[in-house]
Write a protein that binds this ligand. Structure first.
Ligand SMILES: *Cc1c(COP(=O)(O)O)cnc(C)c1O
Length: 420
């Protein structure tokens, strides 16, 4: 980044500082990950210069021969990786990808069933401030109060009662495996479309360690930057019969020119996801989450839904007389990054919340395994036992420093930047 350093030292410095921050902290936000350098290189390329409205072989602009190849490769790889009939790799992010499916298949005012945000759903599944909550009649389904798991019989009952035109499965903060086949049966029982949003679990699905929704759902949306560990972006998979509708709704419906540099990085991400190493990585994410949540439970913390089948788990802090917000703030000061999170049927507001969400994708990318998860659980325990004790926080931060040093991140990149 020599030319950036020369032209804009302020921005250069913040990029270097961010690389250092990522290296120096323990990143446990479940939706975050660290893209490999081959992804960053594709993302930072001259492909950012090219306008390519339309699709490969049918663009509105000339000069698209190289970007056509890039997009064709990205599509072919995604189809192979997930076994999808049709893929659109142009959506800029997960929320617009969901918007495309809504706009393509629904009329304003139609009924949509989706997971309650307070039980782990995403804002694009019906938050009243989001387009989804404004344009459609949202019928939320939650989790069972006792088991804190999806209750498929109850979802089936709600579907019969409300006759939705579309049912959405998928979540941002649900720790257990989701049965997409059961959702298909429910959707069929009322003639609804099924949209599955695998933004969080796409990496697990790609590696075959979580059931795939692709055989069961008409539409599957996903981001590329969470467990999939690619660039910030999204894509849509669908059955062939909806291909034209979805493509038209992405462009010209919802977007203009696609981000060809990001699409190139998505192609690289799909290639990476086909490697045996990626499969091993996803398996390790699951092992780490399980050991981590078990250890937290041993330390006396209540784990929502009794544990995890995925890359994340939720800790209920109610019995510790602490809010999610205060816990996340104290942990941040000790160099441990988590987010506050509502727990099912949380009496507190989302700004305060009774729990925290912990995810293992990013620390697993650094190479950490079960032994490190146990250590981190104890560090969290130390912080939360005495969250206002400054000396305690400093002591844990030192421990964090010692641990992250053994698992360096972007080592060569930081060294190169420092030498420039
Ligand atoms: C993260 C996420 C998205 C997409 O979010 P963007 O920030 O718009 O990319 C969509 N659905 C779910 C369930 C998510 O967790």
């Amino acid at each position: 980044m020599k030319s950036l350093k020369k032209f804009d030292p302020e921005i250069y410095k913040t990029i270097l500082d961010e690389a250092r921050r990522e290296n120096d902290n323990l990143e446990l936000i479940a939706s975050e990950n660290f893209a490999n350098e081959h992804i960053l290189e594709a993302q930072g390329s001259v492909l950012t210069n090219k306008y390519a409205e339309g699709y490969p072989g049918a663009r509105w602009y000339n000069g698209c021969r190289n970007v056509d190849i890039v997009e064709e490769i990205a599509i072919a790889r995604a189809k192979k990786l997930f076994g999808a009939e049709h893929v659109n790799v142009q959506p800029h992010a997960g929320t617009p990808a969901n918007m495309v499916v809504y706009f393509a298949m629904l009329n304003i005012g139609d009924t949509v069933m989706a997971m309650d945000l307070a039980c782990g759903g995403h804002l694009s599944h019906g938050n009243p401030h989001n387009f989804s909550g404004k344009f459609y009649k949202i019928v939320p389904y939650g989790v069972d109060r006792k088991t804190e798991r999806l209750d498929y019989e109850e979802i089936a009952r709600l579907a019969k009662q409300h006759k939705p035109r579309m049912i959405i499965a998928g979540a941002s903060a649900y720790p257990r495996a989701i049965d997409f086949k059961a959702f298909r049966t429910i959707a069929d029982s009322v003639g609804a479309y099924l949209l599955v949003d695998i933004a969080h679990i796409a990496g697990l699905v790609a590696a075959g360690v979580h059931q795939s929704p692709v055989p069961y759902a008409e539409f599957v949306t996903s981001t590329t930057h969470k467990t999939l560990r690619g660039p910030r972006g999204a894509f849509i998979m669908c059955k062939s019969e909806f291909a034209k509708k979805i493509d038209m709704e992405v462009f010209p419906g919802a977007q203009g020119g696609p981000l060809m540099h990001i699409i190139a990085a998505k192609a690289v991400c799909f290639k990476e996801a086909m490697t045996p190493e990626f499969k091993t990585y996803q398996k390790q994410i699951l092992k780490n989450a399980k050991v981590f949540s078990d250890e937290m439970a041993k330390l006396g913390y209540r784990i929502v839904a009794g544990g995890t089948d995925t890359h994340l788990f939720l800790v209920d802090l109610t019995n510790k007389f602490m809010t999610g917000r205060d816990a996340a703030t104290a942990l941040d000061r000790a160099g441990i990054t988590v987010n506050k999170n509502l727990i099912p049927y949380d009496p507190k507001s989302p700004l305060v919340a009774s729990g925290i969400r912990i995810g293992t994708p990013a620390v697993t990318t650094r190479g950490m395994k079960e032994a490190e998860m146990v250590k981190i659980a104890h560090m969290i325990g130390e912080v939360l036992t005495d969250p206002n004790n400054e000396r305690n926080l400093i002591a844990v931060k030192k421990e964090v420093g010692g641990l992250v040093k053994k698992f360096p991140l972007y080592k060569d990149l930081i060294r190169r930047l420092e030498k420039e």
